[in-house]
Every structure is written in structure tokens, then in C-alpha cells.
Design a protein around this ligand. Structure first.
Ligand SMILES: [Zn+2]
Length: 479
């Protein structure tokens, strides 16, 4: 078998290689899954809100949740970390260590953050030190990613693989709205936007963008039908309802726990691993702006949403086709993007803001935060290099983008992906802020502000183009 593959590679044309029935039988697809705990000690700063606060309780532990797949020739890793956004340096360190220990190429490893807003920061405590030097929590995180992969790899067993999707629009709301009141649309730069993120008491006209109701999933089970792992994907920013200072993996953890219940997984070794990845949800959250309903006790909403999403996946799983073998492939590239820099006029405006006597009303409540963010961008390099990645599992493509990606970008990739099925995992491989489309930039709003967004205004078009190119290549090579 090995020699046969080598010959195929040698003549560089898999098209000419057909497996004989005996060899066909020899092909074994394997899967293994594992988790590792990444909860920081109490006192770690929880980020996700405007002000970081030290943790004083753990509602549920934070994890890396990992799946390793092996088609006999190629191995792929998918690892999701309970964090709001993990810088590239941490993922790169983990990828390097995994490839040294397990001989899995870095481009075949996809790591992402879930975007829970109730986890500690994975950013460097001291951004001025060299990027390769990780601080304590970053080191710990990279090591625990490696541990999850190593355990999952050790657990590899013959498996069947399938994928599918189901629609669940009920929990998704585009959070950017056209609102009538001009004062609701003020921005920290002294201007007025066309749209407002998370509108409060205002006259709602219409949302500024779509939602993506598709709940996609990849499922692996043992040869005798025991569920091994599921990687689902839903385009919902996070749910929240977690008190400040409390650590929680949000509905991503509820999904993992509830899916095991729904599938009636018995206590087993290796344990079943449910994984919920974040889709393209930079502008989509769980707040029904037209009908807010009563406020719920802490943790209640995330429990409800996690349970619903798990139930929908469990209901859809029996309807999918499982394969005893599919081929695996991966592509990775890097894209250089321009970094946005403030204009002289903008810097001048923030000088005025900072000089404003105390007690005078602010034009915008976050103007001082943006004065700082913009000053940081003024001193940052002109370009940034971001990683992009695409995996292929049979006829399923998974895109990985290191931003908080607007939903319409994910929809565009799904529409044009040449493979039968496709979804995008956001905040994968790094964390570079929001990724709106040029059209959404023109409307303004929080996600488009310089400081929350850091790269050129047409970055989404370059990224989508590059992603589809990689997918086309994966598709061509699979023929
Ligand atoms: Zn967020």
C-alpha cells in the first residue's frame, strides 16, 4: 500500500492510480478526540467586556477540545479553545510543538478560539517583548493544546466519518441596526454612523445584515457505532449572561455536555468529545432586539441555547451518510494586509477630546478608549501578515479565518465553495479584530471603527478570494 502511494506520488498524478479491490479494503480511516483543561487560576483578568476584571469564581472549566483524523496518509487536527481570541504566536508555538512530536505538518493543524467572553486573556502581558516569547498563560495554553492533540492522537481508532447540517435561525440576530435617532449613531471620532451596534432604546428600522441559520457538523463514530466526536459550527458570537469575574466557556461548553446527553453516550473510554466552533458571527448575537423578553437568571440563557443547538445536531445526525474512508487534505497561506492608520485630522480631534475639561459631557462614551486605540495604530507597522487555512475532509471544506468575521462573508464562501459542503471557523490561527465587508465599513458602527477593526477596508474581499482559491485547489486535487 505504502509503496503504491509512493509510486503515485512519483509520477505525480493520482488520477492514474486506481486502487485494486484488495487495496481498497486495506484503507483505514481513523479518528481520536480529547480535551485538556485550560482554566487559569483565580485572579486572572477576564476579558470580553470594556474593563478586564479579575476572576473570582469558575462556573465551568475552560478546555481545548480536539479531534484528530487520519486517512492512512494524511492527518488533520482541529482544536477549539475556550477563549475570546488567541494571538497567532500561541497557535504557532502549539503547531510547531505538535509537528515536532507527532510529525503532523503545521498546515494540517487548525486551532481556533470559541469566543467565550468569560475567559482570561491569551494576549501577551507585555506586548513589547518579542512575539516568540510567550508569557505564563500563553505557554500553558500552547502546552495544553499540544497535550489535547497528543492524547487525541494516541486514541486514534478505526472510525466512520460523516457531515451534514440543519437550520436553526431562532437564536440568531444581526446586531447592527439602522435606527432613526441620530444621537444613537454617534461614533467616538466625532461623527455619525448610519448603523448602530446593539441598539438600546431607539426606533429600530431594519438590521444592517443577514444571519446564517446553518448549523453544520462533522461527526465521527467507531466502527461499532459508538459516537467519538462531533465538531459543530454555528454563527453566533456568544450568548453570555455570565456575571463579571466568573469564568465560563459559555454555551460552547453547554453544547459539549448536552450533546453527549442527547446521544445517550454511556460513560466510555475514550470519552465522547463534543466541540462547537464559532462560525462567521462578527455581527450576529443572541439578543432579539425587537422583542427582548424578560431577563433571565445568570447562566440560564446559555444553557437554553447550548441545549437547543445540541438537540438539533443530535436530531440531524442519524440522517447523514457515514463513510468508512474519505481522503484528507489541507492548504495554508499567508496574506499581507495594510494596517489602518489615523489621519492627521483624527489625531487632532482626539487631542481636543483629551484636553476637554473634566465634567464636560463627552460626545461619545468610549471616545477616550478610542483615542488610545488609534494612538496605538498610529505607531504600529504598516502591514500585518495573517494566516489563512482550508481543510478538506472528503467533500467537506472547512475554512479558517483569524478574524471576527461578518456573517455575509461566511455566506459568500459557502455559496462559492466548489466542494459539496463547507463552513468557516472564525478566530482561527490568530486574532486580528473584526472583519466587516467594504459595504459594512461604509455604514460605520462599532465593528468598523478604527481600533476595533485594524486592517484595510477591502481585506474581506482579499481573504474571500484567497480562501476560494485554496478550496478550488483542494477540490481539483481530490478528483
Ligand atoms: Zn466578541
Amino acid at each position: 500500500m505504502k509503496r503504491y502511494i509512493a509510486v503515485c506520488l512519483l509520477i505525480n498524478s493520482l488520477l492514474l492510480c486506481r486502487l485494486s479491490p484488495a487495496e481498497e479494503k486495506e484503507r483505514v480511516f481513523r479518528a481520536g478526540a480529547a480535551t485538556s483543561n485550560i482554566t487559569p487560576p483565580l485572579g486572572a483578568l477576564i476579558v470580553g467586556g470594556w474593563t478586564p476584571l479579575p476572576a473570582d469564581e469558575v462556573h465551568d472549566e475552560l478546555h481545548v477540545r480536539c479531534l484528530v483524523l487520519d486517512d492512512g496518509q494524511t492527518q488533520l487536527v482541529i482544536g477549539l479553545c475556550d477563549n475570546v481570541g488567541i494571538p497567532r504566536e500561541v497557535f504557532d508555538a502549539a503547531r510547531k510543538r505538535v509537528s515536532e512530536k507527532l510529525d503532523i505538518p503545521p498546515e494540517n493543524q487548525l486551532y481556533a478560539a470559541t469566543h467565550t467572553h468569560s475567559a482570561s486573556s491569551a494576549r501577551s502581558e507585555n506586548p513589547t517583548v518579542l512575539a516568540e516569547q510567550l508569557d505564563n498563560y500563553q505557554e500553558f495554553l500552547a502546552d495544553r493544546i499540544v497535550d489535547a492533540v497528543r492524547i487525541a492522537h494516541k486514541r486514534l481508532e478505526p472510525a466512520q466519518v460523516g457531515w451534514g447540517s440543519v437550520e436553526e435561525p431562532s437564536e440568531l440576530f444581526n446586531r447592527r441596526w439602522f435606527v432613526a435617532e441620530e444621537d444613537q449613531r454617534r461614533n467616538p471620532f466625532g461623527g455619525v454612523d448610519q448603523v448602530r451596534m446593539n441598539p438600546g432604546k431607539s426606533t429600530l428600522l431594519r438590521p444592517a445584515g443577514p444571519v446564517d441559520p446553518e448549523l453544520s457538523f462533522l461527526a465521527v463514530k467507531s466502527m461499532d457505532g459508538r459516537p467519538l466526536a462531533v465538531v459543530a459550527n454555528y454563527s453566533l458570537h456568544y450568548v453570555g449572561g455570565v456575571p463579571s469575574r466568573v469564568i465560563s466557556a459559555d454555551y460552547f461548553a453547554v453544547f459539549a455536555r448536552r450533546l453527549a446527553d442527547e446521544l445517550q453516550v454511556q460513560p466510555q473510554y475514550p470519552p465522547f468529545v463534543g466541540i462547537l466552533s464559532n462560525g462567521t458571527s462578527g455581527d450576529v448575537n443572541n439578543i432579539n432586539f425587537r422583542d427582548r423578553g424578560p431577563s433571565l437568571p445568570p447562566f440560564e440563557k446559555m444553557e437554553q441555547v447550548g441545549r437547543l443547538v445540541a438537540r438539533r445536531v443530535a436530531e440531524a445526525m442519524p440522517g447523514i451518510q457515514y463513510h468508512s474512508w474519505v481522503s484528507l487534505d489541507a492548504r495554508r497561506t499567508e496574506l499581507t494586509l495594510s494596517v489602518r492608520h489615523p489621519t492627521a485630522e483624527m489625531l487632532q480631534y482626539f487631542e481636543q477630546v483629551k484636553a476637554r475639561p473634566a465634567g464636560q459631557p463627552a460626545y461619545h462614551q468610549h471616545e477616550l478608549t478610542y483615542a488610545e486605540r488609534v494612538a496605538q495604530l498610529a505607531n504600529s507597522p504598516d502591514t500585518v501578515v495573517v494566516p489563512l487555512q482550508a481543510l478538506r475532509i472528503g467533500e467537506l471544506a472547512i475554512a479558517a479565518i483569524p478574524f471576527e468575521v461578518f456573517t455575509e462573508i461566511g455566506l459568500e464562501i459557502k455559496k462559492n465553495c466548489p466542494l459539496a459542503d463547507c463552513f468557516t471557523i472564525e478566530l482561527a490561527g490568530g486574532s486580528y479584530g473584526y472583519l466587516p465587508t467594504p459595504e459594512q465599513h461604509a455604514l460605520g458602527g462599532y465593528e468598523t471603527w478604527m481600533g476595533t477593526n485594524r486592517v484595510q477596508l477591502d481585506a474581506s474581499e482579499m481573504i474571500t478570494g484567497q480562501m476560494l482559491e485554496m478550496m478550488n485547489e483542494l477540490h481539483k486535487q481530490s478528483k
